[in-house]
Design a protein around this ligand. Structure first.
Ligand SMILES: [Zn+2]
Length: 195
């Protein structure tokens, strides 16, 4: 995956499956894209490969389909990208737009991380390892993002649990930060609370 596969004009990855979410708006400053936030998600929880994530991000969940869906059916959330267990990438929000993935959050003195971050979901849970291909695709995707958006840096990659401690636990203990740190030759996750 080369950087030319990100169009700055459209904010889209050319090799991603497009499933646009209405749950986004404008960033306060489009040129301020400074952070990558890693998440995990699975719907129903612990089940992989279904349509629940697309449905959540497009406000199309059927609350009768699973008891958990009743709790989340009214959420208005999204992420820029999802990397599925088989390595497929789905894009829900163009990168220059603000996806609603982080909620109340703080990174190195700045609150409202949605304003200045890109959210990447890995299909997974807090309770089991991610797939090798997910790391391969994640690293390729981050490399393309770093090339395309000069405000990003390899040292500014962190987890949802780090920017929303006590409230969020993803990507969780099975996410292999060392793998990312080795590849990008930096220490990850970036600490959320030091300047
Ligand atoms: Zn999250």
């Amino acid at each position: 995956m080369k950087s030319k596969q990100i169009s700055i004009e459209t904010g889209l990855l050319s090799n991603a499956r497009l499933c646009l979410s209405p749950n986004h708006d404008d960033r306060p400053d489009e040129s301020e894209i400074n952070l990558i936030v890693i998440h995990n998600i699975s719907l129903p929880p612990g089940q992989f490969g279904g349509e629940g994530i697309d449905q959540l991000f497009t406000n199309a969940l059927d609350k009768n389909e699973h008891p958990f869906y009743e709790e989340i059916v009214d959420l208005r959330v999204s992420s820029h990208l999802l990397i599925r267990r088989d390595g497929e990438v789905a894009q829900y929000v163009p990168f220059h737009k603000r996806a609603w993935h982080a909620g109340e959050s703080r990174f190195q003195g700045r609150s409202m991380c949605n304003d200045f971050s890109i959210g990447i979901e890995l299909e997974g849970t807090d309770f089991e390892p991610f797939e090798t291909i997910q790391y391969d695709v994640l690293i390729q995707t981050i490399t393309a993002l770093l090339d395309a958006y000069p405000g990003l840096s390899a040292g500014a990659i962190t987890g949802h649990e780090h920017i929303a401690p006590g409230r969020k636990t993803d990507p969780g203990p099975f996410f292999d930060w060392d793998r990312l740190s080795r590849h990008f030759n930096t220490s990850l996750p970036a600490p959320a609370d030091c300047a």
